[in-house]
Design a protein around this ligand. Structure first.
Ligand SMILES: Nc1ncnc2c1ncn2[C@@H]1O[C@H](COP(=O)(O)OP(=O)(O)OP(=O)(O)O)[C@@H](O)[C@H]1O
Length: 236
């Protein structure tokens, strides 16, 4: 279980996260919703250790990881799919996947074959450069690269942004398969998914948290969610 407790984050004088708490359980998809600029990416980067927080606690599998570097957090089993994908344009698809080896022990440095079952297009394009892939293919590569690290917590920051509907569907299917522990190469995972699109989130998520102006203002199980309340905080 991931437990974020009472995080505050500043960019200079700007208070971007205001006492934010979030829980994400193993075997479940927890969706973080909210408009542009409310702090979703800041929260994900704070969880991953890519952004310094002023105070608060990040706890993962009952350990306080607040002071660990991003690299050390990756070694505790946290995989990150950043907003904008951050694919290395000049490296091949295989080389991009191999960048996921960094936090692994030498013996574990293999690309699980199941990755190509989940994303067959990556097998076809293994020797092509990352920069030659379409946006949707790059997104699949970014997810695959995070999976190479065999995460037990997978954080995805807006994986559907700017992607065509057929690939959005594929990505949704993969997220569900991972959450339900249906892929042999990977164990049970907790998944945190940042989304702006309510319908995609609703279909996939078990739990949700809605952010507005640096705060989590609604959270709970999807089953008990009041859709109109949530939508109020998403429409511009
Ligand atoms: N590096 C930074 N320096 C200064 N301000 C920043 C920085 N990164 C983000 N911000 C500001 O912090 C606030 C939260 O941004 P953040 O990117 O976390 O929001 P978001 O909900 O992820 O938005 P989006 O959906 O556009 O990614 C915004 O007002 C943004 O302008």
């Amino acid at each position: 279980m991931l437990m974020v407790e009472n995080i505050n984050l500043y960019y200079g004088a700007s208070h971007a996260l205001r006492g934010v708490s979030l829980k994400a359980e193993t075997g479940k998809v927890t969706c973080v919703l909210g408009r542009n600029g409310v702090g979703k990416t800041s929260l994900m980067r704070a969880i991953m250790g890519l952004q310094t927080i002023k105070n608060g606690v990040v706890q993962w599998e009952n350990k306080d990881i607040t002071t660990l570097s991003a690299y050390e957090r990756a070694r505790t089993g946290i995989g990150f799919v950043p907003q904008g994908r951050e694919i290395f344009a000049r490296l091949t698809v295989r080389e991009n996947l191999e960048t996921g080896f960094a936090p692994l022990k030498r013996a574990d440095r293999t690309i699980p074959a199941e990755i190509f079952d989940l994303f067959p297009v990556l097998a076809d394009m293994l020797h092509r450069r990352g920069g030659d892939l379409s946006g949707g293919q790059q997104q699949q590569l970014a997810i695959a690269r995070a999976l190479v690290t065999r995460p037990r917590l997978l954080i995805l920051d807006e994986p559907t942004e700017g992607i065509q509907p057929s690939i959005i569907k594929d990505i949704g299917r993969v997220i569900r398969l991972l959450a339900e522990n249906k892929i042999a190469a990977f164990g049970q995972m907790a998944i945190v998914l940042v989304e702006q699109y309510f319908d995609f989130a609703k279909e996939l998520a078990d739990c949700y948290a809605v952010m507005d102006r640096g705060e989590v203002i609604l959270a709970g199980d999807i089953a008990n969610m009041v859709e109109t309340d949530v939508r109020k905080h998403l429409t511009v």
